[in-house]
Design a binder for this molecule. Structure first.
Ligand code: FE2
Length: 424
């Protein structure tokens, strides 16, 4: 074997497992593997997980915080206005450098697949060109999937549909949209229909910013689910954000969720961002602003958590840590039961991998040898500690390493160090 991990725990609860890697693929997953590895790593009972996957990100704006100024109100609309100010000033080389810098952070965090929206409302399509080059550059160590995103509205922004089609022709993978930002509800619905028909015609996946508002009457997810069903796009469509669902009437949602299930539409919540952006017009009570994650899961609908933003016009924090995303999602959705916490871990690993359509993903013989050894015993502990990534493996090569988290103590009569773990 090229690499053997000894004594690992797996997300499904198996313990004492050895993982053998040969020629970039997982060759064996079993206790007490007899084969030796050229390199061996002792997991010491720690968790080995498939890589983190971010189902929703904006790489064209990442790490631009403060350019040309910071978002003083912290609102979504000031963020969009700020991005509009920055867009004409963007330079390809600087954008590319920021994106590559973020991908370095991602790899160090064990985040090896990202679906990023890329704004196509720019005659130059500068961000599209830059991110296509980033995609080619990082392909050996990170899977980047691009979504053609009409930030200023498909129908509202002149020529946006033509630019979106150009971006797809250039190699962008997924069809995006933003129906709640069109001029009227009717135009929002029209944009969904046009985009879904285009995707069906081209055989592409769809991922729309959908109903990212507190307005309970923003119901474009209904149209998105209906068009998905009508055009036979089941399993290839995701609705991102879906925050208006938190304010919708319960009766209406009781009809909406079965429609989404029937249509095979996935949901992508972005807890870090929507807990800060939504509810801004409220006094008190102040709405939480995340979609109905437990209810969606209970209806059998795939739900992933995305990071959405890191240090950009909308959000001044973040570091590419999907465990931080899961941690926030867990809190906002009050998913504190054991099974619910494990579902939050799946929302940043297996579920987004399914939504992106990643092939050969997982810890099983035949899968790509892509995985992360965490400084934690199980998924819940990993979320609790936002555990260090002891080793990040891509196609059998260790591409990042970090020390375990620990602190030395100088207290009389107390242990000399703590690692924040409880032995069970
Ligand atoms: Fe977004």
């Amino acid at each position: 074997m090229d690499l053997v991990i000894r004594n690992a725990s797996l997300p499904d609860g198996r313990r004492g497992i050895d993982i053998g890697v040969l020629d970039g693929r997982i060759a064996a997953v079993e206790p007490a593997l007899s084969a030796q590895g050229i390199r061996e790593i002792d997991a010491g009972g720690d968790l080995v997980t498939p890589p983190f996957v971010d189902a929703h990100f904006h790489m064209d704006s990442t790490l631009s915080y403060g350019l040309p100024r910071v978002n003083e109100s912290g609102t979504l609309l000031e963020g969009i206005a700020l991005w509009g100010e920055l867009k004409p000033q963007l330079e390809q080389e600087a954008l590319l450098e920021r994106a590559l810098h973020y991908c370095d952070w991602a790899v160090a965090r064990g985040l090896l697949a990202i679906r990023t929206h890329v704004d196509i409302c720019d005659d130059r399509l500068l961000a599209v060109e830059a991110l296509l080059e980033v995609k080619r550059t990082v392909a050996p160590y990170l899977d980047l999937q691009l979504v053609a995103f009409p930030q200023d509205g498909l129908l509202r922004s002149p020529g946006a549909f033509d630019k979106l089609k150009r971006a797809i022709a250039m190699g962008v993978d997924v069809v995006g949209g933003i129906p709640h930002f069109e001029r009227t509800m009717a135009q929002g619905a029209e944009s969904v229909r046009l985009l879904c028909e285009f995707a069906a015609d081209k055989g592409l996946r769809v991922d729309m910013h959908c109903d990212e508002t507190d307005d309970p009457l923003s119901r474009h997810i209904e149209t998105l689910a209906y068009e998905t069903w009508r055009l036979g796009l089941q399993g290839r469509v995701a609705g991102s954000h879906l925050t208006s669902m938190h304010s919708m009437d319960n009766y209406y949602v009781s009809k909406l969720l079965p429609l989404m299930k029937e249509s095979g539409v996935a949901a992508i919540a972005n807890p870090l961002i929507n807990i800060t952006l939504q509810g801004r017009h409220d006094t008190y009570p102040k709405r939480r602003g995340m979609t109905r994650v437990p209810e969606l899961l209970a209806a059998g609908i795939d739900v992933a958590f995305g990071h959405d933003c890191v240090m950009d016009p909308w959000y001044g924090l973040g570091s590419g840590d999907m465990l931080e995303v899961a941690h926030m999602g867990l809190h906002v959705a009050q998913m504190t039961g054991q099974e619910a916490m494990r579902q939050c871990f799946l929302a940043v690993t297996e579920t987004p991998a399914r939504i992106l359509g990643l092939e050969d993903y997982g810890i099983a013989p035949g899968c790509n040898a892509d995985f992360v050894l965490l400084d934690a015993r199980d998924p819940v502990e990993a979320i609790r500690l936002r555990a260090a990534r002891r080793a990040v493996v891509r196609r059998g090569a260790v591409v990042a390493e970090a020390p375990r988290a620990a602190a030395r103590l100088n207290l009389p009569g107390r242990p000399g160090a703590v690692d924040f773990r409880i032995e069970r």
